[in-house]
Design a protein around this ligand. Sequence first.
Ligand code: SAM
Ligand code: SF4
Ligand code: F3S
Length: 475
Amino acid sequence: MGARVSARFPTEEEINKLNKCIDNVRATIDSDKRDGKRRNCCVVTYGCQQNEADSEQIAGMAVEMGYNLTDFTDQADLIIVNTCAVREHAEKKVFSITGGYKHLKDANPELVIGICGCMVSQEKNAEKFKKSYPYVDFTFGTESLWKFPEILDVVINKKKRSFVLNSGDEVICERTPSSRKSTFTSWLSIMYGCNNFCTYCIVPYVRGRERSRKPEDILREAKQLVSDGYKEITLLGQNVNSYGKEYGVSFASLIKQIAELDGDFIIRFMSSHPKDMSDELIQVIADCPKIERHIHLPFQSGSTRVLKLMNRHYTREDYLALIHRIREKNPDISLSADVMVGFPGETEEDFEDTLNLIREVRFDMMFSFIYSPREGTPAAKEVQMSEKEKTDRYLRLLKVQEPIAEEMAQRFVGRTEKVLVEGRSKNNNEMFTGRTSGLKIVLFEGNDEMTGRFADIEITEAHAFALYGKVVRVY
Ligand code: SAM
Ligand code: SF4
Ligand code: F3S
């Protein structure tokens, strides 16, 4: 499948139709206020940051159509579950929680339930919801997200169920508003889809071909975020550093332009692919103080043989040389990565190569996964390793990585780190949390007025998964 070089933008006619559907749903909802109250919409999100960003757009459209937002499914008149298909476990979880919604529909037959996202971009899953979950009113795939008002109009006003797969024409719709969860951290999707077809991965099949938003649209949104008071902007894409081929604008030049905007804010980005990590980007990260000192650079395997089977387009040596180039320009940068164990055909020697790469690079953080066969991908057709063997390797890998993360964290003790205060810790309500420039979680004593502001924290203790410290100043 060749690389597509341009996205399709909705026509004026399509936008007019969309606006009409928004008005139609809104009119119904406005004319039917229950006990004078607006209807509530609850968006439940699984999966990656891209899904979180999509959910904020779904919530934004729901608000446009007259809904209030709620975090509680039992208070909702409309439930939308945004799903993930990356591993089998993620899919099972969605089927199980959707099963639990039956009693909500029994108690409230007016309740509308929809499933969207990566899982239902696949026909077999959309069919399963249609046939086996009669209380599910609609599904729509990732590429049909912008048509959510049209779908809801059919369900609410025509009283029909609606099951919409991906359109396959890779639309970028710029009129979709976002209702963001946070008032100080923000996701900014700069591109959609993926062209890489790593042989284990379902994403290119459920998210479509890679396509980038126009630089001027991204810059406009970034400016708006800064003027709305957002302090952190995270640029998102499945292969974020291959941005902009359609426009001849590199990711490095885009992020530099965002970093040059006036205002007190920080920039993060994910996920980068090692094959697209240019020297220009490494230099821009070194030069721009607004870009945080962290790169997430998945390597997946330390064995060149397995990397080839995975279709990753780099060798173990390429990856190590890249890490060297990054650290040469940015000596103190924090590095994190995704790695997978149990890929079909991974030998003990291949696995040892992975462990040795981890020992050599010394990552600050790591996200480790047990390979999960995904129907329709090439690797799923190969002979699979036993679950026991995969789990054993996974546990061995954690045993190698955890002490490294603990040791790497010690360099922060005694330093003062700038963090954006995120609020009270979910695990310990007495403590507040934030993240360092390197994305490490820091816990400290604070107060609610600090939330959403920057603070300097003197680090007093460091562990593999969190740092502890004292507030020096808040600004
Ligand atoms: N596009 C990003 C990249 O290439 O790094 C992220 C892709 S995916 C959403 C996040 C991680 O899930 C991948 O980096 C990979 O480690 C893991 N993953 C993808 N497919 C998987 C599978 N079939 N089984 C287990 N883990 C998987
Ligand atoms: Fe999946 Fe590979 Fe694309 Fe990442 S780069 S989304 S792992 S196909
Ligand atoms: Fe999952 Fe889709 Fe993200 S498969 S990881 S939600 S792109």
